[in-house]
Design a protein around this ligand. Structure first.
Ligand SMILES: [Ca+2]
Ligand SMILES: [Ca+2]
Length: 131
C-alpha cells in the first residue's frame, strides 16, 4: 500500500518536473529562496517565493540539505510544520552549503518556511552571526 502510494507520488513528481512547474527559475533578478535536496546546492532545487506553512511529501518535506537566499528579505526555516520547533534564519544573499553541519545539525529537517518582511533576522536565531 505504502509502496504503491510512493510509486504513484514519484510518477506525479516526475510529471511535474518534466513540465518545469517547480524548477527554480534561473533568470537574473529572481527573488526567493531555494532549498536543495543535497548539500553543496545539488540535487533537486525547490524554489519558494511565499510562506509555506507545511511542506508535503517525500520529495519536499524533510529533504533540504543546502539553501540559498536570493530574496531581499530574510527567511526562517522550521523543523516542524506550522512554524514550530527548532528554526534558523537566513538573510538575503546568505548561502548554507550543508545544513547538517555541526552548528545547526539541520539536515533533512525543514518542514515549514516563513518569509520575513525585514532583511535582518529580527530576533530569530540566525545561521550566521551578523557581519
Ligand atoms: Ca537531503
Ligand atoms: Ca521536519
Amino acid at each position: 500500500m505504502r509502496r504503491t502510494l510512493r510509486t504513484l507520488l514519484a510518477t506525479a513528481a516526475l510529471a511535474t518536473a518534466a513540465i518545469g512547474v517547480t524548477v527554480a527559475p534561473a533568470h537574473a533578478g529572481w527573488v526567493g529562496i531555494t532549498l536543495y535536496e543535497d548539500s553543496g546546492y545539488k540535487g533537486y532545487p525547490h524554489a519558494y517565493t511565499t510562506d509555506r506553512v507545511a511542506l508535503y511529501g517525500w520529495w519536499e518535506n524533510d529533504v533540504a540539505s543546502s539553501v540559498k537566499n536570493s530574496d531581499v528579505f530574510a527567511w526562517v526555516l522550521y523543523d516542524d510544520r506550522d512554524y514550530k520547533d527548532r528554526h534558523f534564519c537566513i538573510r538575503p544573499g546568505e548561502w548554507v552549503e550543508n545544513l547538517g553541519s555541526s552548528p545547526w545539525k539541520f539536515n533533512d529537517k525543514v518542514s515549514s518556511l516563513k518569509r520575513l518582511t525585514t532583511s535582518s533576522c529580527a530576533g530569530y536565531v540566525p545561521f550566521y552571526n551578523a557581519a
